[in-house]
Design a protein around this ligand. Sequence first.
Ligand code: SDX
Length: 437
Amino acid sequence: MAADNTGNGKDFVTLVDHSTGNSHDLPLMGGTTGPKVIDVRKLYAETGHFTYDPGFTSTGSCESEITYIDGDAGILLHRGYRIEDLAEHCSFLEVCYLLLRGELPKPDEKREFEQTITYHTMVHEQLMNFYRGFRRDAHPMAIMVGVVGALSSFYHDSTDINDPHQRMIASHRLIAKMPTIASMAYKYSVGQPFIYPRNDLSYAEDFLHMTFSVPPEEYKISPTVARAMDRIFILHADHEQNASTSTVRIAGSSGANPFACIAAGISCLWGPAHGGANEAVLNMLNEIGHKDNIPKFLAKAKDKEDPFRLMGFGHRVYKNVDPRAKVLKKSADEVLAELGVDDPLLELAQELERIAREDEYFIERKLFPNVDFYSGIILKAIGFPTSMFTVLFALARTVGWVAQWNEMITDPSQRIGRPRQLYTGHTERSYVPIDQR
Ligand code: SDX
């Protein structure tokens, strides 16, 4: 994996420092597609200056071969394949294989990977004790952070990050056990007994079984619902260097074990500006209540004095419709029709999107629906409470996190992540004893 530094000898930019009159040539690095990057690794040594980029809007943190987003065109590629094609033709475990290994699996590779994941779905029986330490009304994301972090105390044999075999085992364990852990978080919140995984079910079917079956009665799995669940997992699998993936990478850069890194990613994803937005969208739609109230809420979203934002709208990278939102919008119609669910919130969401996309404020800022805008409508129709929506996002994103974590560890140019700052506090001053303050 090496960025193309060759070219016609013009692959550099010249920085003229007018404060000193010096000029500095900085290498321009190109990838296989997308914007080039200015290599500033020697900037401080040569100029004594740092770059300054709160929120990292113009900063590349790493080289990666996993996911590429063209925000202006609304294109999302995983290892070069369009998300629309993967969502249409693949299973989630095929996409997991693609993200981890770099290629879509051949039939025998697919079968072997599915079996490997299937045979890692059980969790240590003592892990159940962790749940009983939480209040029954604990947010399931709080449980996920705690329980996933605790996995490192059960799986010592896959915490040596320098051993490729142990990294692979840990990656498989995390992908396989997240549905079990997530379903247990739901069961605990509703006071029902945990349901063990079944090896005869697919990944999505097994998750639905563990979540909605009860000892007296198995959950009847609708093929349409299972396919929709699997597709939702695909659409949430990975997304370049988003906040939670960057959190996992920086945690991993210190040498922390994979379970601790994924727990850090879950914590970051919980925020309403990130993965917590799918839960916030449903809460927002319920608060809007009726399409007659849409203008009032759009006015709030545009009011700089009002912290309210239109949840499920806008994106740091997409300045066009999020391609995942397009697939989810179509899937919402299909799933609700199949389930015979007539949810007025779907119609309200569609009307909200229509009005917002005709509004100058949203047009000027290129604010479009993102992955979180329609996902909750489908999850609600399947039967999940809104508090579980971000848990499902974390379940699906685990494969992206572990793929990016593995890539970071094997990248020779990666070092511990340690940004600098623009200091604006006090310069040195003398200590003042308390009786003189
Ligand atoms: C995810 O990074 C990823 O890839 C994330 C994700 C993934 O798969 O990992 O795609 C998943 O997190 C999707 C985003 C989910 N979050 C939401 O839906 C929450 C609502 N969206 C906003 O909070 C916001 O759009 C962000 C956080 C998503 C993006 O924020 P940015 O890039 O920092 O943009 P910004 O806040 O600088 O906004 C630019 C302008 C501002 O107005 P001005 O100061 O220029 O006048 O747009 C406005 C913002 O006020 N704006 C919004 C808005 N989003 C941006 N105004 C109203 N409602 C919104 N939703």
